[in-house]
Each structure stands twice: as C-alpha cells, then as structure tokens.
Design a protein around this ligand. Structure first.
Ligand SMILES: Cc1cc2nc3c(=O)[nH]c(=O)nc-3n(C[C@H](O)[C@H](O)[C@H](O)COP(=O)(O)OP(=O)(O)OC[C@H]3O[C@@H](n4cnc5c(N)ncnc54)[C@H](O)[C@@H]3O)c2cc1C
Length: 482
C-alpha cells in the first residue's frame, strides 16, 4: 500500500532520496528498499506520467543491439526482459513480432535466420525462473505463405519470407510502474506524488537533505538524507544545474512519439514495417483492440505537447505508416492519441537517440558528495541502471538483504468492467475508491490514465469520466493531512 502521507514521511531520516517517479526513479526506489535502505521517492506530478507513460510498451530483448554487435547492451536487455517476465507475469507477456522480408538491404531471409539463431544461442538463459506461459521460444524465418497467413494485410508481392521472434509487452504499462512502487512500499520505501524537489541542502560539501514543495497543500518540507539521486529524466539536466552545475552530457533532448490508431489489429502480432526507401523502421503493435504504432523520432525541435493528431509531423508519420503497409490503410485511420515524450539524443546533435545511459557522480566533479544524476535510455533497462547507480552512491555493490517478496497485485477491475458499469455498481465504485486511496490518487487523470488505462483511448474513456471524478474526490478527502 502506498498512501500519500507527507507528514509521516517528514518524520523519518533517509539513506536515499530519489527525485523523479518515472520508471528510472521507481526502479531505483525498489532496488534501494530491497537492500534495507530507508528510501523516499519524490515525484512532482503523478508517478509515471511523463516519458514512461508514452513508451511503446515493449520490453526489448535487444535484438537491435545484437545486430550492431553491442553485446554488453544485448545481454543486459535479455536479462532485464527476463526480470520483468519473471516478476510481473500478470502484467508482462510474450509478444510475437513479425518482420516481412523483401530482400532489401540486410532484410534477407539468410541474414535474419543467422541473426535469430545467434539470438537463440546467446539468450539461452532468457527463460530462467520465468513462469511456463511467459517463456519465450526461439525465433525463426518462415516462408511467404505462412507470413501472409499470420498477418493477412502484409503485401505478398516480392515477399521472400518473414522473421518471426518473441519479445515482451506491457498491455497495461502504468500498472507495471505502480506494482514496482507497491513492492517498494512493502520493502519499507515511501513515495510522494505531487511533490517537487526544489533545493539540495549541503553541509561541508556533502548532501544532508532536500527541500520539497507539496504541490497540493503549498507547504514546504525538509527531508534529511545523506544521498540524493536525480532521476528526473528529461529534466535531469535542469535539476543538476539547480542542485550543483550544468552537465551537458546528461540529457540532450529530442522528441519521439507513438500513435494510438482507430484500427483493429489484423492479428495479435507486432509488425515491423519500413517505408519503401527503408530509411526508417517502425512497429505496429496491438493494444487492447486498437493499433499502436511507433516510434517516430521528430527531426525538428518541438514540444511533445504540440504534437496533436492533426500536427503535420503526425500526419507525415501516418503517411509513412500507410506507405509501409498499404493494406492496413493507416494513413487514413483516426489518430486517437499521440503519445509523445523526450529521449536523450546521441552526441553530435540530430534526432538520433543515444543508446548510452549516463550516471554523473557530482562529488567527483567538485560538486556535493552524495549527489548523483541519472539519465536512462530505455524502460527495459531501468532496473539495471538502478543497480549501477546504487553502486556509485554507496561505493560498492550492495546485496539485497532480507529481500521482501512482491506483494499480491492490486486487484484493479478490468477496463471493460469499469467502462460498462457507468457508476451504477456501488460495490465496484467502493472498490475503486479504496484502490485510489491506497495508491495515492490525487486527480482524475491519475485514476483514468496512470492507475488504469481507461482514459488512454479517449473514445472508450469518456463515458466513465464523470462517475470516476466522484470517486477521486471522495478518496482524496480521506487522505492523511487532507
Ligand atoms: C515515444 C517513446 C516510445 C518509447 N518506447 C519504449 C519502449 O517500447 N520500450 C522501452 O524500453 N523504452 C521505450 N522508450 C524509452 C522509455 O520510455 C524511457 O527511457 C523511460 O520512460 C525514461 O524514464 P525516466 O524515469 O528517466 O523519465 P520520466 O518517465 O520522464 O520520469 C522523470 C520524472 O521526473 C519528474 N521530475 C522532474 N523534475 C522533478 C522535480 N524537481 N521533483 C520531483 N520530480 C521531478 C517528472 O515529473 C517525471 O515524472 C520510449 C520513449 C518514448 C519517448
């Protein structure tokens, strides 16, 4: 349970305060609490509401890293995908992926067959400890007829086969982040949403605390700690400057986005597609009866919030998708939602995202000892970076002592039950109210977008909005300190 309790949190002293409640901050909070460290997480908006919410919801096994022969990142991705499948079998599941092969460039059956065979060999431990129905089989190349049978809308003209492999997906990704936070709470961590870290308190060159603003009550708090991790994602550079100094390599922002499209998936498979010039490649992924497509990297400077469904870059992307897979008619599909966020770019400018996470130890640069800033690159590898960050903060790898098992998942009702009930079911409403209080819901959108997925599809979510508003109002009035 992770009820919001600022006054209670202010009475403790902490071994570590984590700033930023995206997936990187959430994983660090968990790994810290599992090691018996007193840990507090501060998130200025809602948990997981920024970049992490906008991901394509794929837990990547790093096939792309293998193609680039970046074996370190490949192995790390395989291990982290296993971690998610092993610990969250209720929320993370296998995702079959299909890449049609027309013989252009490296997309030839012989090349992909070799790559998938190597992937199978190098990831031989990918299923260790994973529940039987969450295990991933080996990839293979199939012939054109089989490919068209599996995904009827792929173009058979010139098709020479298709690569078929399995990765993992999070159909309700906000639940994964919330379950990580519930696990952290069970291990003793505290977490406060709508709490903005404002200043670092330093004494004799060492971190001794942090000040933060409760954005709900307007009250300022001081928390005592010897270590602070800045996990503010796209804002990590800005926060680093506020706490210590500008660190340009921390996060050079570039914008990327996915589209939720009003199209029924022709098959329960992710389709890898490229426009005819092969200059880009995307995935079209089934998501709760709709298609989600991504990820498009914006080549120009733009705010994620400017990317509305009728923005020229969104139209251009939809047209690209249409050209890549004409029979799906994606260029004319209604864009239900644009999921846009910032990613760190590679050195040298441009929109190419980097594959290198950054951990900055400020004490080593003449800044406050006990402060680190972190900038990650993938949802998939957030936990691995958390372990490395703890190593930097504490000067050694700390083993998980007295490890606490993940609690039973919170019993959120299915999306279909919520949307069909229209508020008439008082038992359901009472259950939602309790869950909302237990998971620090403060605003309607916390409930509709970040505890459940009901509002992600605006068409389906609209009907439930009004009666869910009452639930949120009742549950927030029950919070300690309200
Ligand atoms: C379009 C898109 C698609 C993607 N798809 C995938 C995918 O399929 N698979 C994958 O593995 N990765 C994917 N990624 C990458 C992945 O989503 C990110 O690497 C990851 O979510 C970054 O998490 P984060 O915690 O660093 O940042 P965020 O999620 O942005 O979290 C940072 C948090 O810090 C908070 N904050 C900022 N300042 C303060 C402050 N002063 N006090 C308190 N809190 C503060 C913010 O409010 C925010 O919630 C995708 C990214 C994008 C943009």
């Amino acid at each position: 349970m992770m009820r919001r309790d600022p006054a209670g949190a202010a009475t403790d002293k902490y071994d570590l305060i984590v700033v930023g409640g995206g997936i990187y901050g959430a994983c660090l909070t968990l790994e810290s609490a599992r090691r018996g460290l007193r840990t507090l997480l501060l998130e200025r908006d809602d948990f997981g509401g920024a970049t992490s919410w906008n991901s394509l919801r794929i837990i990547h096994g790093g096939l792309r890293y293998l193609q680039r022969l970046d074996l370190r990142r490949y192995r790390e991705s395989v291990a982290e995908r296993r971690w998610f499948l092993r610990h969250f079998p209720d929320e993370v599941e296998p995702l079959s992926c299909l890449m049609p092969l027309y013989g252009r460039g490296l997309r030839r059956p012989s090349v992909l067959a070799a790559a998938l065979a190597l992937d199978d060999r190098l990831s031989s431990r990918r299923n260790d400890g994973v529940r039987a129905d969450r295990r991933l089989g080996p990839g293979r190349v199939i012939d054109p007829d089989q490919a068209v049978e599996l995904y009827p809308t792929i173009d058979p003209a010139g098709l020479r086969g298709a690569a078929l492999w399995t990765d993992a997906r999070m159909p309700r990704s906000p639940r994964v982040l919330m379950e990580i936070l519930r696990w952290s709470a069970a291990a003793g961590a505290r977490a406060l949403n709508y709490f903005e870290a404002t200043d670092l308190i330093v004494d004799d060159g060492r971190v001794v605390g942090i000040t933060a603003l409760d954005r709900d009550s307007g009250q300022c708090y001081e928390f005592e700690t010897r270590r602070v991790a800045n996990c503010a994602g796209p804002w990590s550079r800005e926060l680093s400057e506020r706490f210590d100094r500008e660190v340009p390599e921390l996060f050079r922002p570039t914008v990327a986005f996915n589209l939720l499209l009003d199209r029924e998936p022709p098959a329960d498979l992710a389709l890898a597609v490229s426009p005819p010039d092969e200059s880009r490649s995307y995935f079209v992924v089934p998501w709760q009866g709709r298609l989600m497509a991504g990820t498009c990297h914006a080549a120009q400077a733009i705010e994620p919030s400017d990317l509305t469904p009728d923005h020229p870059l969104v139209r251009e992307f939809a047209n690209d998708l249409g050209a890549a897979t004409p029979k799906l008619g994606l260029e004319s599909a209604t864009v239900l939602r644009v999921l846009a966020g910032r990613l760190p770019a590679a050195t040298g400018g441009g929109a190419t995202p980097t594959s290198r996470p950054v951990i900055v130890e400020h004490g080593k640069r003449g800044g406050p000892r006990g402060l680190v800033s972190v900038s990650g690159v993938k949802y998939t590898t957030a936990r691995a970076l958390a372990e490395r960050t703890l190593g930097v903060l504490f000067g050694k790898q700390l083993a998980a002592t007295g490890d606490v098992a993940r609690p039973e998942p919170a019993a959120w009702p299915a999306l279909s039950d919520i949307s069909q009930s229209e508020g008439r079911d008082s038992t359901l409403a009472a259950r939602l109210g309790r869950l909302a209080t237990d998971e620090s819901v403060r605003r309607l959108e916390d409930l509709t977008l970040r505890r459940t997925d009901i509002g992600l599809d605006p068409e389906r979510g609209a009907a439930a909005t009004e009666w869910l508003r009452d639930i949120v109002e009742t549950s927030t009035s029950r919070e300690p300190g309200s």
